[in-house]
Design a protein around this ligand. Structure first.
Ligand code: ADP
Ligand code: MG
Length: 143
């Protein structure tokens, strides 16, 4: 059964442009519950570790530089079928290909600076929530 939790990140481009509140409001209006969240500036090594799965891809160093370039806002988000529902809510990686009304279509600049991250599987959602909110993930404190 698909899980109810996913990890979203409002990325540094959207935080810098003061879209954080609008993006959270957009998600809450669509039925998402924010169960944890904090503003954090990732060290380069932390961004490398978070995106370890992409190491070796041509965009990896650009991605790591971007994600550590300023504060971002990771959130543990809850909804039915959370991983698939959140990826539908944010839209395609490239905002030019993202459907109307999706977060990336509304707020992203480019394929790299694309406003939000969303976990791509329940397994990765658990890993990524644990990356930013380890104590809550361990305790299962989502009520
Ligand atoms: P998604 O975030 O939609 O799951 P990926 O997991 O494929 O996309 O890529 C992770 C992130 O790396 C993207 O959100 C984007 O910020 C960046 N990225 C992906 N592909 C490219 C690319 N071709 N050029 C620049 N940045 C990219
Ligand atoms: Mg991905």
């Amino acid at each position: 059964m698909a899980g109810r939790m996913t990890l979203g990140i409002v990325k540094p481009d959207a935080v810098a442009k003061s879209h954080l509140g609008n993006i959270i409001a957009h998600l809450e209006s669509a039925g998402w519950k924010v169960r944890a969240g904090r503003l954090v500036r990732l060290a380069k090594a932390e961004a490398e570790a978070f995106y370890e799965v992409h190491r070796g891809r041509p965009f990896y160093s650009e991605l790591v530089e971007f994600m550590s370039s300023g504060p971002c806002f990771p959130m543990a988000l809850e909804k039915d079928d959370a991983v698939a529902a959140f990826r539908a809510a944010i839209g395609a990686t490239d905002p030019a290909e993202a459907a109307a009304g999706t977060v990336r279509r509304l707020y992203a600049e480019s394929k790299g600076r694309n406003a939000v991250h969303g976990s791509d599987s329940d397994e990765n959602a658990a890993r990524e929530i644990g990356f930013f909110f380890p104590e809550r993930e361990r305790a299962g404190l989502w009520g």
